[in-house]
Each structure stands twice: as structure tokens, then as C-alpha cells.
Design a protein. Structure first.
Length: 75
């Protein structure tokens, strides 16, 4: 079953501030990525970084967009 980025973060028992600190981004950026607009615009590179933190795979995350296989293969 796929989960949202927010659910993946919660399952990893992390706060938005922890994610922001580990990735060197702002808390507002984490909030944006977890929102509808942000999840539509997340880069595959950022998705991989988040999955690494949350100990999951991109296939575990529900996103309203699909990445081309070429991007998946590069990751």
C-alpha cells in the first residue's frame, strides 16, 4: 500500500524540523513537499533523499505524478 510523504515521515517517527535539518532545507520546504502542490512538483532526486531518510522506496510513496523509467533507472 502506498502512503503520502507525510505518512512516510510520521511512520519514520521524524518531525518536519528534523527532515529539514538533515536535508539542509527549510521547514517550509518540507511542508510544501508534503502538500498537494509540492507533491506534484517534487524532483526524483528529492524523492530519493526523502525515501532514504524514511527507509522506504519510491514505490512506497503515493505521488500524483509518475516518473519516466529513465529517471527511475538513474536513481
Amino acid at each position: 500500500m502506498k502512503v503520502s510523504l507525510k505518512a512516510a515521515r510520521v511512520n519514520a517517527q521524524m518531525r518536519q524540523s528534523e527532515v529539514a535539518e538533515k536535508l539542509g532545507i527549510s521547514v517550509d520546504r518540507v511542508k510544501y513537499l508534503e502538500g498537494t502542490e509540492g507533491s506534484n512538483r517534487i524532483t526524483y532526486e528529492m524523492l530519493l533523499k526523502l525515501c532514504s531518510l524514511y527507509q522506504c522506496t519510491p514505490d512506497d510513496i503515493f505521488l500524483p505524478i509518475d516518473y519516466p523509467k529513465s529517471e527511475v533507472m538513474e536513481g
